[in-house]
Design a protein around this ligand. Structure first.
Ligand code: AMP
Ligand code: MG
Length: 320
């Protein structure tokens, strides 16, 4: 199994040797390798069973470093970087040749982010290359928000998991790009749309396409537990599935459903706090996925603040 520890220099040595390390970020844990080394990048795709058409996010220590990898930084995107980096925001920028085509799946843009997690920031500072890092989970499954989630799923495939505690945001980054002067959100995530619009005005949210997405974070079925998920009005669903004699679990926003076994229910945030709900979402789905039930019943949150991104993940978990 992978060694689990908090030794930045050990992680750096493994990465310099061309191997992979799982790293903590404020969004989710990443499966990191040298972004400039095509062999390391290939290992990332292989380890996750990730299809090669799904490009990777490149993580850098600070905004200045980004210029090494991009041809230009359009003003609108730079404004967002100045406002939200380090943080859960990924920007799509025109790439320089130094970034291997493997990283971008042949696209002319590279996805870049400055993460805020102190452990990974310290790691990036001692490296002289950026880190390509998709979420550290098998492709399509729920993203990991704790070191132990990575150990459970990829522990036999990587040498080291850098443990940085629980992820403070718990949702993947929000991905923003620019096409013909129009700012576009390609994936809803840990930075809310309203926060972005306060800085740059109205943006376009790309609807989730299903089969041939530009951004596979856009795949219709993704971030999914193995147990089927049904979304709807929980009061009704509980009655309906109860009547059918089905063994179900319940994922609710604020309400604690009495009479349901503690091992079969998760309340995302009793006080209705969106940030807390986001932090608890993926670990809650994992917990219920292990409950041995035949279906997970869940409800959408109000479509505001991080509720938008949480609902996006719930819908895709429910898509089959
Ligand atoms: P993950 O790291 O697993 O959260 O996935 C990263 C997401 O960023 C994927 O859904 C990618 O498709 C998306 N992405 C990365 N690079 C690009 C790009 N150049 N254009 C569009 N989407 C991208
Ligand atoms: Mg992912």
């Amino acid at each position: 199994m992978a060694e689990l520890g908090s030794d930045i220099h050990r992680a750096a040595a493994i990465l310099k040797g061309g191997e992979l390390v799982a790293i903590p970020t404020e969004t989710v844990y990443g499966l990191a390798g040298n972004a400039l080394d095509p062999v390391a990048v290939t290992k990332i795709f292989d380890t996750k069973n990730r299809p090669s058409f799904d490009p990777l996010i490149v993580h850098v220590a600070d905004t200045d470093q980004v210029y090494r990898y991009i041809r230009e930084f359009p003003e609108e995107l730079r404004k967002l970087a100045d406002a939200f980096w380090p943080g859960p925001l990924t920007l799509l920028l025109p790439k320089k040749d130094i970034v291997p085509d493997l990283v971008t799946s042949g696209l002319d843009t590279v996805a870049v982010r400055v993460p805020s997690h102190p452990v990974t920031r310290a790691l990036l500072k001692v490296l002289d290359f950026p880190l390509a890092a998709p979420s550290a989970n098998p492709f399509g499954y729920i993203s990991p928000t704790r070191a132990i989630h990575v150990e459970d799923q990829l522990g036999d495939r990587i040498p080291y998991v850098l443990d940085g505690g629980d992820c403070s945001v718990g949702l993947e980054s929000t991905i923003v790009g620019l096409e013909q002067g129009q700012l576009i959100i390609y994936r809803l995530g840990g930075l809310s749309v309203s926060a972005i619009e306060e800085v740059v005005g109205p943006v376009l949210i790309l609807p989730q396409s299903s089969s041939n997405p530009k951004s596979p974070g856009m795949l219709k079925s993704h971030y999914a537990p193995r147990t089927p998920v049904v979304l709807g009005d929980l009061d009704e669903l509980i009655v309906q599935f109860g009547r059918q004699g089905e063994d179900f679990a319940v994922l609710s926003f604020t309400k604690d459903y009495q009479g349901i076994d503690d091992r079969k229910k998760v309340v995302l945030s009793p006080e209705g706090d969106f940030g807390e709900a986001a932090r608890n979402l993926f670990s809650g789905m994992r917990f219920l996925d292990k409950a041995g039930v035949s279906v997970i019943l869940a409800e959408e949150l109000p479509e505001k603040n991080l509720g938008k991104a949480i609902n996006d993940r719930l819908r895709r978990a429910a898509a089959r």
